[in-house]
Design a protein around this ligand. Structure first.
Ligand code: DAH
Length: 346
């Protein structure tokens, strides 16, 4: 092997031994760099005759071209390798399932609230909303439940660290009943100086009590109802509530029972029980609401004359109505946010 062939050969070996572009550039310098071996050979030609220069020059050039060809081939190979490594590192796993956007839906309790509102609106009831942080007077005293009265302990009330004007702390309303007096006040104000129509309203919303198990949650829902006029009787309560329950549960043979009870704000008072005639709950009496004829003291606190105005009120639990309608057996499912539960109501 002549000298030039062996230089080309060792260049090829050096290039293929270079593992990185930097190593390759270093190897290149050894052969075609400023003081590389080919460069040195060219410098050495100065002493040759013109003829010798021609043949020697052509031979060196061929060697140089072969070296550069090998260099470029190795450059390309290294660049390809690098690209492969990068592609592998940044690869997308296209087998991963995409994130679907499922259609949303209302919470089962919201569905019940809408249903209650729709049914009562169809019977001429207004729908009202009120504060969840309530004064002691609205939650208790105005409802004929004065401070220190034992009936207050029927409700395990949350108190807020802020006092009302009366020096008594505000509470997280333990029932929607304060809406009876609030709505009556607003109603009277609205019709001041005019003929006042009857008060016919429901007030659904959130309520709070210190209570937590499979059938009680510290935050729960209630829906208050109030119908007050000059000639509204217990018979009207029975008719309205029976109509409501039969429409709500889509069951014409649903039975209702009014069981004597006590509430400070009604006299007489009754718990309302319902009984399905068919289905998994058939035959059992299920409590769904408290009710009664509005107490004269409450009518007076509304700013109305109890000799003139009479009527009924009720308070029911939409959470429980939802459980009965859909067969939900644990109230805590409402608050877990588990789509497997919630999507069943979509
Ligand atoms: N506020 C009562 C409770 O929380 C429910 C209730 C009973 C509401 C009788 C009423 C009523 O309006 O007349 O348990």
């Amino acid at each position: 092997m002549n000298e030039l062939d062996s230089i080309v050969d060792s260049a090829r070996q050096a290039f293929s031994g270079a593992a990185t572009p930097a190593e390759l550039e270093n190897a290149k310098a050894l052969f075609v760099g400023k003081s590389g071996r080919i460069t040195e050979l060219m410098k050495g030609m100065a002493a040759l005759s013109v003829d010798e220069k021609k043949t020697r020059g052509a031979a060196i050039n061929l060697a140089k071209q072969a070296i550069e060809a090998a260099l470029n081939a190795r450059r390309q190979a290294l660049a390809d390798e690098e690209l492969q490594v990068q592609l592998k590192a940044e690869s997308l796993d296209v087998t991963l399932p995409g994130r679907k956007r499922e259609p949303g839906g209302l919470h089962p309790v919201s569905l019940t609230m809408e249903r209650i509102e729709l049914i009562f609106a169809s019977m001429g009831f207004d729908v009202a909303d009120g504060p969840e942080i309530e004064s002691d007077w609205h939650s208790f005293t105005s409802l004929n439940n004065p401070p220190n009265h034992p009936a207050r302990s029927m409700q395990d009330t949350f108190y807020v660290d802020i006092n009302g004007d009366d020096g008594i702390p505000y509470n997280l309303r333990p029932h929607t009943s304060p809406m009876q007096v609030r709505y009556a006040h607003a109603h009277i104000k609205k019709y001041a100086g005019r003929d006042m129509p009857e008060i016919r309203v429901i007030a659904p919303g959130r309520t709070y009590r210190v209570d937590s198990d499979a059938t009680h949650s510290p935050m729960f829902h209630q829906c208050e109802g109030l119908w007050l006029g000059e000639n509204v009787s217990f018979k009207d309560l029975k008719v309205v509530f029976t109509d409501f329950c039969r429409t709500f549960f889509e069951s014409d043979d649903l039975a209702l029972r009014f069981r004597p009870s006590f509430f400070p704000f009604t006299e007489p008072s009754a718990e309302i029980d319902i009984q399905f005639q068919s289905g998994p709950l058939a035959g059992r009496w299920l409590e769904v609401a408290g009710s009664g004829q509005v107490h004269p003291a409450v009518v007076r606190n509304m700013g109305l004359d109890p000799e003139k105005y009479i009527g009924f009120a009720f308070g029911m639990g939409p959470d429980r109505l939802t459980m009965l309608r859909y067969g939900v057996n644990d109230l805590r499912l409402y608050f877990d946010g588990d789509v497997r539960f919630l999507s069943q109501f979509r």
